[in-house]
Design a protein around this ligand. Structure first.
Ligand SMILES: [Zn+2]
Length: 342
């Protein structure tokens, strides 16, 4: 019985299953023949860490639990220029991350802080890139293309020169999304009341123009840019420096199994674009977050990726290697994580 983990195999096995057929003169051939491919580690590139008196303790607790599910690291994406009541400054995040190789952080300028000084300082302190958030335009009825205004040029020049990644929440779904628990017309409802007439397409086009103008930057669209897989394919083909994370849209609830037709379509896409997809969840940590909900969220995103039954190499890219590469993180290893079981 021959076992392989090639792309064409709809039920790939772990590469060691094949290796055992010949290793040690085939002594263990067939031992563990049912072993499926598995992710070596998970790195979550999309986590909101909020102010809390015991944030350090919460982080420790999180990893105590999630390490058993092979989580190696997460990126806290909200390092603001200035601290706020609920939000942490990039300096506070740098302090949290210091000496803890399970954590990394991003610099998050609001839309009124295009200044490069705090950005450069944040990068000096170890920020791995930037986060941008376009829904503010909708919520405050501001132009959809404000990131293209001259005041932002210097920021994007730094992004391009230093080949930085930007995790960018660009669009927002219209309709509701009971499966993921999302409210109806989030942000848009507010924007429409304030007279916003542009659409998701305008926000998307502005993002794509910025990406095209800065070919050495890496532009990661959060929540799959809220477009379908066929549209994403067109975008990936036209914009080689655009990526997506798996947050919110790539989710399977507890007890659910994806329908075979959906799994097949998604699997094909994830294999074809395995270099362009980063594992991320949009979970939160800190005051106001319910720990059990965040647990279910992380596991629902893991469940989605696992149900794709990806070949071994593609699975490693999506689960952690792409994030390590784009955010220049030290590769996860057994030295750091210990021998992972099960
Ligand atoms: Zn988010």
């Amino acid at each position: 019985m021959s076992r392989s983990s090639s792309d064409s195999d709809l039920y790939p096995h772990s590469p060691d299953v094949l290796e055992r057929e010949t290793a040690d003169d085939g002594f263990s051939s067939g031992w563990g023949l049912h072993f499926q491919t598995s992710e070596r580690y998970w790195i979550d590139c999309h986590v909101h860490a909020r102010r809390a008196p015991n944030l350090r303790e919460r982080v420790d607790k999180w990893f105590e639990w999630s390490m058993a599910y092979r989580q190696a690291q997460f990126i806290a994406i909200d390092g603001r220029p200035e601290a706020s009541e609920t939000g942490l400054s990039y300096e506070e995040l740098a302090e949290l991350v210091k000496g803890d190789d399970r954590l990394a952080f991003l610099y998050y300028p609001g839309i009124d802080t295009p200044d490069v000084e705090p950005l450069e300082h944040a990068l000096e302190l170890g920020a791995r890139g930037l986060k941008l958030w376009s829904p503010t335009f909708v919520l405050e009825a501001r132009p959809a293309d404000e990131f293209e205004h001259p005041k932002w040029e210097a920021t994007f020049k730094i992004v391009n020169d230093r080949k930085l990644p930007i995790l960018w929440h660009v669009t927002q779904r219209v309709t509701d999304s009971p499966y993921t628990g999302g409210g109806r017309n989030a942000y848009w409802g507010v924007g429409w009341e304030k007279g916003v007439t542009y659409t998701n397409e305008d926000l998307l086009q502005s993002f794509l123009r910025v990406a095209k103008a800065h070919p050495d930057g890496h532009f990661i669209g959060a929540h799959q840019l809220h477009v379908g897989w066929d549209r994403l394919e067109e975008i990936f083909e036209e914009y080689p420096n655009v990526y997506i994370d798996t947050s919110i849209g790539c989710f399977v609830r507890w007890g659910d199994t994806m329908y075979p037709e959906d799994q097949e379509k998604l699997r094909e896409f994830f294999i074809k674009y395995a270099d362009r997809i980063l594992f991320g969840t949009d979970i939160g940590m800190g005051e106001g977050y319910n720990l059990e909900i965040e647990h279910l969220s992380l596991m629902g995103h893991m469940r989605f990726v696992r149900q794709l039954r990806l070949p071994y190499d593609e699975l490693q890219k999506v689960s952690h290697q792409n994030t390590e590469k784009l955010f220049r993180l030290e590769p996860s290893s057994d030295v750091r994580m210990g021998n992972i079981r099960p």
